[in-house]
Design a protein around this ligand. Sequence first.
Ligand code: NAP
Length: 238
Amino acid sequence: MKKAIVVGATSGIGRGLAKILAQHDYLVGVTGRRTGLLEELKGEHPESYVVKSFDISDTALIANIMDELTAELGGLDLLVICAGTGDLNENLSFSIEEPTIHTNVLGFTAVADWAFNHFQGKKSGHLVAITSIGGLRGSRVSPAYNASKAYQINYLEGLRQKAWRKKLPVFITDIRPGLVDTNMAKGDGLFWVMPVEKASQQIWKAIQRKKRVAYVTRRWHLVALILKTLPKFLFDRM
Ligand SMILES: NC(=O)c1ccc[n+]([C@@H]2O[C@H](COP(=O)([O-])OP(=O)(O)OC[C@H]3O[C@@H](n4cnc5c(N)ncnc54)[C@H](OP(=O)(O)O)[C@@H]3O)[C@@H](O)[C@H]2O)c1
């Protein structure tokens, strides 16, 4: 039986992915702060899940918690970082930016570093993170969120390069969703909002193919191309 951890599996994409992994005979370590939701998930298939409740912004605790959870699972083949937060911040309030940075930058880095070092030690493994198409450009309405996602995208690229240089069979996958129907899809005029189930299935396919980068759903690849090529003078006026 393969072993996976989904960091941020209480709701949304992480919960959707945890269920798919369980359906494909993974033993899944599920994490998040809302213990009740994790226990509810475990209740659906007690033999498929191991629950560990923690806040990834408590970075000093991450290594020990991840070691403990991996020992409880009996090993680790795949780790998916879904935990993330962010909010619209028109008035540039630091109280909104701070938790975003704590979770998406510091917490993300603590988990990603632990995973890379763990997989390096066992000379195999697959690290997946859910970044965002938002990480491709800045945003006037959610500056910390987009900047934190740009950080994640760049960090994953660095880890992929490190694995290559060390000739490690460790795979790094960067999943960049457009809009998915969860609490994180915020703002007016949302379009192409995809159901969690559809997004999770496409993410699962990208994981199986060990893709470096995947846009979810695929039509968001088009938006990514436009975003990446849009000249700065036009982008500034949006
Ligand atoms: N929905 C979208 O449109 C969209 C688009 C692009 C990218 N994404 C990314 O997809 C990822 C998953 O988000 P989602 O859309 O599925 O939203 P969600 O339902 O709000 O899920 C967020 C998950 O992150 C966990 N989390 C947040 N802060 C945490 C912390 N400090 N410690 C531990 N866990 C924490 C939450 O668990 P607890 O609250 O229980 O801790 C929850 O399980 C995020 O990284 C998000 O940026 C989403």
